[in-house]
Design a protein around this ligand. Structure first.
Ligand code: AMP
Length: 282
C-alpha cells in the first residue's frame, strides 16, 4: 500500500504511473477502522482496478466539539489493517491539505429538507461539513466509484444529492451495514463504550428489528413510541426512532404493506451517540 499525504502526489500517480484507463474505487473514512470499513474496501476491489481509502477526521462535520475531540484515533492499527486487506493507496492528509483556507461562508450545498430532518435536525451543520470534505476529497481523488455504507443512510442520500450538485461523473455504491454477532452495527464510536454500555448497545438494532416484525400488524405511531420508551428504560437518551420511505426519507404513518421502508434510530449511551437503520418492505 502506498501512503500519500499530498494531493499532488496522488495526481502524479494517477497521471504518470497508473495504467491509462484504470478505474478507481474510493472509500473515505475517519479512521478507527473496523470490519465495516473493510467491507467497503472488499467491494471496492470487486468494482475497480485500483482501491483508494482515506483517513481524515473532518472537523467541519462535528456539530459538537467534544465529540470531535474524543473521536477515536488509531492510525498505526488502521494502516496495518488497510495493508492486510490489500488497499492500494491510502490518502492521509493533514488538515491544511484539505482546508488550506477556512471554509468560505458562501460555500453552501442546497440539500433541501434532508438537512432539516433526522440527523440534519439533531446535528445542525453536519451535512454541510460532510459535503465540504467529500467534495474536496472527490476533487482530489477523482474516482470512478465512491463506496459508502448504508449504516449512514441519510448521508448516502446527501452524497447522492452532492454528486448531482457538483456535477460529478462518479458512481455512488452503497454497501450493506456490517454487524457484530449480537447485531450491533460496527462503528468507530463503539470503542468509546464502557463494558456495561457495550452490552446494552445491541438494544438499538433489536428495537429496529422488533418494529420490522410488527409493522404489518401494529399502529406505526405506537410502535415508535414503544421503542423509544423501551430504549429510555434501558438507559438510552433517544434522539429519534423513525419509519420513513426508503427512497425519500419522508415519515410514513400508514403503510400500504408494499412501499420500501427504512427504520432509523439515533440514541445516546452517556455521551456516545449511536445510529443505525434497517431497510424493510418490498
Ligand atoms: P466513518 O469512518 O464513520 O466516517 O465511515 C466511513 C464509511 O464507512 C462510511 O461510508 C460509513 O457509512 C461506512 N461504515 C461505517 N460503519 C459501517 C458498517 N458497520 N458497515 C458498513 N459500512 C460502514
Amino acid at each position: 500500500m502506498i501512503i500519500l499525504q499530498k494531493q499532488a502526489d496522488w495526481k502524479h500517480f494517477r497521471e504518470k504511473i497508473l495504467p491509462p484507463g484504470s478505474t478507481t474505487a474510493f472509500a473515505p473514512t475517519m479512521g478507527a477502522l473496523h470490519a465495516g470499513h473493510i467491507s467497503l474496501l472488499n467491494k471496492s476491489r470487486e468494482l475497480a482496478n485500483i482501491t483508494v481509502s482515506s483517513i481524515f477526521i473532518n472537523p467541519t462535520q462535528f456539530n459538537n466539539e467534544a465529540d470531535f475531540i474524543k473521536y477515536p484515533v488509531s492510525k498505526g492499527e488502521d494502516i496495518l489493517m488497510l495493508e492486510k486487506n490489500n488497499c492500494d493507496f491510502l490518502f492521509l492528509p493533514a488538515q491544511k491539505e484539505i482546508y488550506p483556507q477556512p471554509v468560505r461562508k458562501d460555500e453552501y450545498y442546497e440539500l433541501g429538507y434532508l438537512e432539516t430532518i433526522l440527523e440534519g435536525k439533531y446535528r445542525p451543520g453536519h451535512f454541510q461539513g460532510v459535503c465540504q470534505v467529500v467534495s474536496r476529497l472527490l476533487n482530489i481523488i477523482a474516482p470512478t466509484f465512491l463506496v459508502v455504507g448504508q449504516k449512514d443512510f441519510q448521508q448516502c442520500m446527501v452524497l447522492k444529492k452532492l454528486l448531482l450538485l457538483i456535477n460529478a461523473n462518479i458512481k455512488l455504491v452503497i454497501c450493506p451495514t456490517l454487524r457484530e454477532k449480537d447485531g450491533l452495527a460496527f462503528s468507530s464510536r463503539n470503542l468509546r463504550l464502557t463494558t456495561a454500555q457495550r452490552k446494552l448497545a445491541p438494544e438499538i438494532f433489536a428495537s429496529l428489528t422488533n418494529i420490522e416484525n410488527l409493522i404489518s400488524q401494529k399502529n406505526i405511531k405506537m410502535l415508535k413510541e414503544k421503542a423509544i420508551l423501551h430504549l429510555e428504560k434501558k438507559g438510552f437518551k433517544v434522539d429519534y426512532i423513525e419509519i420513513a420511505g426508503a427512497t425519500d426519507l419522508n415519515p410514513v404513518n400508514n403503510w400500504d404493506g408494499k412501499m420500501p421502508l427504512v427504520i432509523l434510530a439515533a440514541a445516546y449511551l452517556d455521551d456516545v451517540r449511536l445510529i443505525d437503520n434497517i431497510l424493510t418492505g418490498a
